[in-house]
Write a protein that binds this ligand. Structure first.
Ligand code: UT7
Length: 324
């Protein structure tokens, strides 16, 4: 018997406030045209004052539970991927646990910045197929608006807030790559690239939350190479070929990175779920948000083969291939 971590449902939550590119034209030397053509972003959501990452995560988790017709009592583990927690500790995941009224099971956060959801999926997969858990909620939730330097036009126009959640359950498979569920994962990191994307404050340095700093152009070049390479590796690990992939559901940082990666993989853009125009870069939330939109719009269907890949601060990057 082979246990597989199978996605039972997906859900998301976006803050109400929609911020169009034109919002930035008033205070910065930028334009809607620059932001659209360089990144593909048209708008993003910003959390309301007092609205925290755990609020977003709880709403996304509730949506996923509703869609699956499950209650919190049927969940035994929660992982939240985030780099923008409400507090230094406790974890956002324990806040979600409490918000769902759960007094059982376990909950913890994973921090791999924009690759966080991929790391969280790989971790949940390991726990489910080893029998340590039977059903988990895996959430990507971020409020990157809280760590923007509003005077830095090269970063503050790119990011947004949101949350997405999937419910994964351990189910019996055949061991073949025709099974539903996670078929392979590939995780990588290289701390030598720390300066490319980081936050300039923290608990054991200056005690501040800090602001995001990014060397966009060099990171762009690293991103396309590393994303294509991890995608090819994960396909090899699963014994699958490019043309078997129904959907790429990538991290949504920049439409040019998404298109460049798809091109390197020889996969056409009509097999890619793109939400960057509406959400901006929501870091660890971007993949579950895109999965949720893909299902809501009727594109992703049961049995589809999905490849998700992401890269972010660290650098940390990776991919997961799964059958919906
Ligand atoms: O999620 C984690 C992973 N994140 C990424 O992978 C992001 C990777 N990087 C990118 O997406 C792109 O590099 C950016 C969207 C950040 C920038 O696009 P680019 O084509 O690499 O532009 P650039 O950084 O080379 O800048 C081109 C020009 C510069 O002006 P000069 O030096 O040519 O005069 C910038 O100062 O664009 C200028 N610029 C802007 N102009 C108007 C930078 N930001 C802006 C702006 N509005 N908001």
């Amino acid at each position: 018997m082979t246990l597989r971590a199978v996605v039972e449902s997906v859900g998301h939550y976006l803050p109400e406030r929609i911020v169009p590119n034109s919002h930035f034209e008033a205070t910065l030397d930028t334009s809607d045209e620059w932001i659209r053509t360089r990144s593909g972003i048209e708008r993003r959501r910003f959390a309301a004052e007092g609205e925290t990452t755990s609020d977003l995560a709880i709403a996304a988790a509730k949506a996923a539970l509703d869609h699956a017709g499950l209650t919190p009592g049927e969940i035994d583990g929660i992982i939240v991927a985030t780099s923008t927690p409400d507090l230094t500790f406790p974890s956002v995941a324990t806040m979600v646990q409490n918000g769902l009224g759960m007094q059982h099971g376990f909950a913890f956060d994973v921090q791999a910045v924009c690759a966080g959801f991929i790391y969280a999926l790989a971790t949940a997969n390991a726990m489910l197929i080893s029998g340590q858990s039977r059903r988990m909620i895996v959430i990507g939730a971020e409020t990157f608006s809280r760590i923007m330097d509003w005077e830095d036009r090269s970063t503050c126009v790119l990011f947004g807030d949101g949350a997405g959640a999937v419910i994964l359950a351990a189910q019996e498979g055949t061991g073949q790559n025709s099974d539903r569920g996670i078929l392979a994962a590939d995780l990588n990191s290289d701390g030598r690239y720390r300066e490319m994307l980081y936050v300039d404050g923290g608990v054991s340095t200056d005690g501040r939350a800090g602001k995001l700093r990014m060397q966009g152009n060099p990171l762009f070049r690293q991103a396309v190479d590393k994303l294509a390479s991890t995608a090819i590796t994960v396909l090899q690990k699963a014994g699958l070929a490019n043309d078997e992939v129904d959907w790429i559901v990538p991290h949504q940082a920049n439409i040019r990175i998404i298109a460049g990666t798809a091109r390197k993989m020889n996969i056409s853009m009509d097999r890619v779920i793109v939400t960057v125009q509406d959400h901006g870069n929501t870091s660890a939330a971007s993949i579950p948000l895109a999965l949720s939109v893909g299902v809501e719009t009727g594109r992703i269907k049961r049995g589809d083969l999905i490849l998700s890949e992401a890269i972010g601060g660290g650098l940390a990057w990776g991919s997961v291939i799964f059958r919906w």
